[in-house]
Design a protein around this ligand. Structure first.
Ligand SMILES: Nc1ncnc2c1ncn2[C@@H]1O[C@H](COP(=O)(O)OP(=O)(O)OP(=O)(O)O)[C@@H](O)[C@H]1O
Ligand SMILES: [Mg+2]
Length: 229
């Protein structure tokens, strides 16, 4: 068995958006290594490229150039199908706007990623229930996400992110739409997930919630400014 310590290795990552004939360089040479079990806060002004970087790390988008190893796998050599599998199994996503499906119940929302990875129906329901219980939302399983509060939605989204037991959690401003109490709640859950050994990379604008992070990375105009522990 190989022991992986670096879960993410980025070398000279560039991202250029092209609109018509114009080119917009957004990431201008990102070098970054993240070890298993880290809890990273990614900070920086609006437009500095945080979400662009998270989308690359989360395999939702590919860099224009540079090398990206995820769990020792060279992503530039990986097919779109394999990338989809990695996204489903190794990564869990949490977004500022929750991104739940409104037409189906809270419980079903958490079951969807399990369905996509082929877990049998009986196991899906059990596992979804346990996850929803672990984030304190078991009393809302039959509700539509439209009929629960923002804080409750984000807890459902966390349960969904955990559906396939990912090693890495990617959270883009997970507390951006929450009040203080719900932010604290979500940060407590994320901190516990990190203590269980999951690697977390979280974008935030709020320095107050980074106290349990192991490292703060600052992005400015597409470059990493400094890292401090
Ligand atoms: N698909 C796209 N096509 C063209 N330009 C884009 C695209 N996505 C993002 N950009 C541009 O790239 C820059 C960085 O955007 P990004 O969303 O990564 O910033 P951010 O740091 O996450 O900002 P915020 O804190 O506001 O979320 C912005 O100038 C944005 O307009
Ligand atoms: Mg963003």
């Amino acid at each position: 068995m190989t022991v992986i310590s670096k879960v993410i290795e980025l070398e000279d990552i560039q991202k250029v958006y092209r609109i018509g004939d114009s080119e917009f360089p957004v990431l201008k040479g990102i070098d970054l290594q993240i070890e298993e079990g880290e809890f990273i806060a990614l900070m920086g002004p609006s437009g500095s490229g945080k979400s662009t970087l998270m989308n690359i790390v989360g395999c939702l988008d590919r860099p224009t150039s540079g090398s990206f190893l995820l769990l020792d796998q060279d992503i530039s050599q990986t097919s779109d199908d394999e990338l989809a599998r990695i996204r489903r199994v190794e990564l869990g996503f949490i977004f500022q706007t929750f991104n739940l499906i409104g037409r189906i119940s809270v419980l079903k929302n958490v079951e969807v990623p399990m369905m996509l990875s082929g877990l049998p129906r009986e196991n899906r329901k059990d596992r979804a229930l346990k996850l929803l219980e672990s984030v304190g939302i078991a009393h809302r399983i039959n509700f539509s996400p439209q009929n629960i509060s923002g804080g409750e939605r984000q807890r459902v989204a966390i349960a969904r992110a955990l559906a396939n037991d990912p090693k890495i959690i990617i959270a883009d401003e997970p507390t951006g739409n929450l009040d203080l109490k719900n932010s604290d709640e979500v940060m407590k859950i994320l901190t516990n997930l990190n203590r269980e050994g999951r690697t977390i990379i979280m974008v935030t604008h709020n320095p107050e919630i980074t106290e349990n992070c192991s490292r703060v990375i600052r992005l400015r105009d597409g470059r990493i400014l400094e890292t401090a522990s």
